[in-house]
Ligand binder design. Structure first.
Ligand SMILES: C[S@@+](CC[C@H](N)C(=O)[O-])C[C@H]1O[C@@H](n2cnc3c(N)ncnc32)[C@H](O)[C@@H]1O
Length: 220
C-alpha cells in the first residue's frame, strides 16, 4: 500500500490526498486546454482562407456555380481549335474548369483562386476526373493575374467588382477573346448573347479590347 493510500485510509481529508488530487486535476486541465487550443488554432488555419476574401476591397465569397449555371457557361464555349485556353477567374472548387476540360477535349482550362484549400481540392478533383494534364490551378490574386493568354474568360463574381473587372479585361484581353459572366453582367460591355435564368443567368461578350498592357506573367 502506498503512503498516500495509507494516509487516505487514516485521514481521508488530509493535505496529502488533497494535494495529489489537485495535481491530477491541474494536469488533466492543462491537457484539455492544450487540446481545445490546438483544435481552435487548426480550425482558424482552415477557415481563414474562406473568410479572407471578405476583408478585401472586393468581397468575393466562395459560392459554387449550380449545375444549370455550368451548363449555360459551357453552351457559350464552342468546341474550338486545339490548344485554346479557358480561364475561370476565382475558380472556387474548380467545377467550371473541370467541366470545361471534360466536355471539350481540345481545350486547356485554368483557374485562378486565392484560397489554397480550394486550389488543392481542385487539383485533386481534376486528377480524379482524368483532366489533370489539361488543367492548371494558380493560387493567386485575380487582380494581379494576367488574363492575356486566354481565349475564353469565365467569371462568377459579385456586382460591386464588375466595373473594375471590365477595365482589367478591356486593357489586358487579346482581340477575339470570349468573356462569359455568370449571375452579374458587366456594366458597359456590349452583350453578344444571354441566357436568362434568374440566378443562373449567363452573359456572353466579345470585348473590343485595347491591350495596352498584358499584365505581369503568371508563372506556374
Ligand atoms: C463566387 S465564387 C465562384 C467559384 C467558381 N468560379 C464557381 O463558379 O463555382 C468566387 C471565388 O473567388 C475567390 N476569390 C475571391 N477573391 C479572390 C481574389 N482576389 N483572387 C482570386 N480568387 C478570389 C473566392 O475564394 C471564391 O472561391
Amino acid at each position: 500500500m502506498s503512503t498516500i493510500e495509507l494516509e487516505q485510509q487514516i485521514s481521508p481529508g488530509s493535505p496529502v490526498s488533497d494535494g495529489h488530487r489537485q495535481k491530477t486535476t491541474s494536469l488533466s486541465g492543462k491537457i484539455l486546454i492544450g487540446v481545445t487550443g490546438g483544435i481552435a488554432v487548426g480550425l482558424s488555419i482552415v477557415c481563414y482562407p474562406f473568410v479572407a476574401p471578405a476583408l478585401r476591397r472586393h468581397c468575393l465569397p466562395f459560392v459554387p456555380a449550380t449545375p444549370n449555371q455550368i451548363r449555360n457557361v459551357l453552351s457559350f464555349v464552342k468546341p474550338s481549335t486545339a490548344g485554346s485556353k479557358l480561364l475561370d477567374i476565382g475558380s472556387g472548387d474548380g467545377r467550371i474548369v473541370i467541366a470545361a476540360a471534360r466536355s471539350r477535349p481540345s481545350l486547356k482550362a485554368d483557374g485562378v483562386e486565392l484560397n489554397p484549400w480550394l486550389v488543392y481540392y481542385s487539383r485533386l478533383t481534376a486528377l480524379r476526373n482524368g483532366v489533370f494534364n489539361r488543367t492548371n490551378f494558380f493560387q493567386k490574386d485575380l487582380w494581379k493575374f494576367s488574363i492575356a493568354p486566354y481565349d475564353h474568360i469565365v467569371i462568377f463574381g459579385v456586382e460591386q467588382m464588375m466595373e473594375d473587372l471590365e477595365k482589367k479585361i478591356l486593357s489586358e484581353a487579346t482581340p477575339g477573346t470570349t468573356v462569359i459572366a455568370c449571375r452579374f453582367p458587366f456594366p458597359t460591355m456590349k452583350t453578344v448573347d444571354r441566357i436568362e435564368e434568374g440566378i443562373d443567368s449567363v452573359w456572353l461578350y466579345r470585348p473590343v479590347t485595347k491591350p495596352s498592357s498584358h499584365g505581369t506573367p503568371n508563372g506556374a
